[in-house]
Write a protein that binds this ligand. Structure first.
Ligand code: ZN
Length: 316
């Protein structure tokens, strides 16, 4: 299953266990989560965001994140990612041995205050604290540290988020000690032209090696169009969630994140290598379906099946 990183032309980061499960009411039992994570990794998914270190009182769905990190760490070749809201969460993530930690910084300060009750300045203090903690560790124990620019494409509370603000926050995150920033379309407001423009704007401020990934939602049906724009402009890490779980409660039929199965199909059909085996990915979906019998699972490829004669990308 695990092939060298360089062989993958597009890096799929599965965020369903975090973004998907935090958005639905059903609490998937820990054993079912473990089985799902194992099935995803067996299909060749190289990175999984297994949870978030937020208090269980806030998100009881993700209360078992520490156990899931330990489980996922036992899977050879898998990059284990988690979300952390603050320094305390980062400490827990590091204790469990997460490979990658992401702290979300909402470009909309209104959203930040409502979600984590912190201003941008306070969030950047957390980032500096986490960066200091990481640099105090021996080199081989340091997780990759990303600052996620959430609501980068628009916000349900503030509406338009100026691109100059996103760029300034990207610079501030790097200055505060993040290894990398990521663009996040939290509200599903992005369009393809905006994806290209904002990526280039952030690149010119912090450098291309400091922004390689994007997190997209399919709230308005533009998820795959935005993913294609991201690939065209040169981003190489795409977040997606199996079955697009966590759909928008105000938009019936709209999936949450872009659907991993459909994304992998698009990328592989275009001849780009993901390292993910689609047949086995659909088997992983069956594992998820078993755990969540009453939740909506989205995706066109799982319903329609693979086209006759479909050939996944060949690695030369
Ligand atoms: Zn999201």
């Amino acid at each position: 299953m695990s092939m060298p990183h360089a062989a993958r032309q597009v890096w799929i980061s599965e965020v369903g266990p975090r973004d998907g499960l935090q958005s639905i009411r059903t609490i998937l039992p820990t054993d079912a989560k473990k089985a799902w994570i194992t099935a995803l990794a067996s299909a060749g998914v190289p990175e999984i965001e297994v949870g978030s270190f937020v208090p269980a009182s806030v998100l009881p769905q993700l209360a078992d994140t520490a156990e899931l990190v330990r489980h996922a760490r036992g899977i050879a070749g898998l990059t284990v990612a988690v979300l952390v809201p603050n320094l305390k969460g980062a400490q827990r993530a590091i204790e469990c041995g997460a490979h990658k930690i992401t702290i979300p910084l909402s470009c909309s300060e209104t959203h930040s205050l409502k979600n984590v009750r912190r201003t941008h300045a306070q969030m950047l203090d957390e980032v500096r604290g986490i960066a200091a903690l990481i640099s105090s560790l021996p080199q081989e124990q340091r997780p990759h540290f990303e600052g996620g620019l959430s609501t980068a494409f628009g916000c349900t509370l503030e509406g338009v988020v100026p691109e100059t603000k996103v760029v300034a926050l990207a610079e501030a995150l790097i200055e505060a000690g993040c290894d990398e920033v990521g663009l996040s379309d939290t509200a599903g407001y992005a369009n393809p032209a905006q994806v290209r423009r904002l990526t280039r704007a952030v690149w010119s401020a912090v450098g291309e090696d400091r922004l390689t990934g994007i997190h997209l939602h399919n709230t308005r049906g533009l998820g795959l169009a935005n993913a294609l724009a991201a690939l065209d402009v040169g981003l190489r890490t795409l977040d997606a969630s199996m079955g697009g779980i966590g759909g928008c409660p105000f938009a019936p039929g709209a999936s949450g994140n872009i659907v991993t199965e459909d994304l992998v199909f698009m990328v592989e059909a275009m001849g780009l290598h993901t390292g993910v085996d689609l047949e086995r990915l659909l088997q992983a979906r069956a594992v998820l379906r078993e755990g969540l019998p009453d939740e909506s699972l989205y995706g066109f490829v799982p319903d329609a099946g693979l086209p006759l004669g479909f050939q996944p990308s060949a690695v030369s």
